[in-house]
Design a protein around this ligand. Structure first.
Ligand code: F6P
Length: 323
């Protein structure tokens, strides 16, 4: 294999740059040329590519975001869009692709790979940790740490004012960030899409700590349609506890930025090296991942279709120690 392409796609995540660095340096180590494709599949469709060499990724391992830039491409979902992408793929002499992204990006990779017989390896890069076939996705650990730092700060002001805070964290349809940041910050309750939430239980907990003279608490709410809005939740709670001072805080996109943690840098580096070696050894249409601290490969179809299960027992742990 003489030339490979690399792109980042979908929502960015801290550690994507570390993965790009690992891919570029590993390709060079094995004397393979590496082409960086800008803006995910959009760059493949619009032929926005440039050669990347090891010195281009100097001073990069610690930086958030992605130097290749990223996008969600509607055009790549069409046959016509993928046809244009394939023309550019061939024109640039590429012999394989590495796609860093989430399940939407892998769906595109799987279809494109099958349609044009292109070997593609995926690296799971998303803060949501919602991909089957890996214990951790690149960016999740950093997002968690960003979330807990912000929640700790909110707790300071919540305590000073005797306020009840509803804090919404990201995660798309998964509660990984909510569940783990909630336990790590001592939240009174944690609402995640995987578990039907029970307002009575929430109100019972608020009442229980109130009896103990505690008026300030943190409730973590994962974003996600199933849960309804965090503002509605706060309103309903205010009706039940009119004497409470209630505030809502949505952490939002700060969870997607910042310096990647050590775990994310090491994970990104391991998966970056493994993905290039996989392409060289003839693997195709699989995602690299980490299971029990070992690098493994999962077919795209499985990674996309199978739901990554959350550890519901953690809810019980949170319930036992929250109040
Ligand atoms: O998938 C990553 C993620 O940050 C989700 O947690 C969130 O739902 C979504 O992307 C936000 O997307 P956007 O940046 O397009 O608003």
């Amino acid at each position: 294999i003489g030339k490979i392409g690399i792109l980042t796609s979908g929502g960015d995540s801290p550690g994507m740059n570390a993965a790009i660095r690992a891919v570029v340096r590993t390709a060079s180590y094995y004397c393979v040329n590496c082409i960086g494709i800008s803006l995910g599949y959009k760059g493949l469709i619009n032929n926005e590519m440039r050669k990347v060499v090891p010195t281009d990724v100097n001073n990069l391992i610690h930086r958030g975001g992605t130097i290749l830039k990223t996008a969600r491409s509607e055009e790549f979902k069409t046959k016509f869009g993928r046809k244009k992408a394939n023309i550019n793929y061939k024109k640039n002499g590429l012999e394989g692709l590495i796609v860093i992204g989430g399940d939407g990006s892998f769906t595109g990779a799987m279809i494109f790979g099958q349609e044009y017989n292109i070997p593609i390896i995926g690296i799971p890069g998303t803060i949501d940790n919602d991909i089957y076939g890996t214990d951790f996705t690149v960016g999740y650990d950093t997002a968690l740490n960003t979330a807990i730092e912000a929640i700790d700060k909110i707790r300071d002001t919540a305590t000073s004012h005797n306020r009840l805070f509803f804090i919404e964290v990201m995660g798309k349809d998964s509660g990984f960030i909510a569940l783990n940041s909630g336990i790590a910050t001592g939240a009174l309750d944690i609402l995640i899409p995987e578990k039907k939430y029970n307002l009575d239980k929430l109100f019972y907990s608020i009442e229980k700590v109130k009896q103990k003279g505690k008026y300030s608490s943190i409730i973590i709410v994962s974003e996600g349609k199933k849960l309804g809005g965090v503002y509605d939740l706060a309103k309903t709670t205010k009706k039940k506890f009119p004497d409470y001072d209630i505030r809502v805080s949505i952490l939002g996109h700060i969870q997607r930025g910042g310096y990647p943690t050590c775990s994310d840098r090491v994970l990104a580096s391991r998966l970056g090296v493994a993905s290039v070696e996989a392409l060289i050894s003839g693997k195709k249409n699989v995602m690299t991942g980490i299971k029990a601290n070992k690098v493994i490969f999962t077919p795209f179809l499985k990674a996309i279709k199978k739901k990554r299960k959350i550890d519901i027992d953690l809810i019980k742990i949170s319930d036992i120690i929250a109040c």
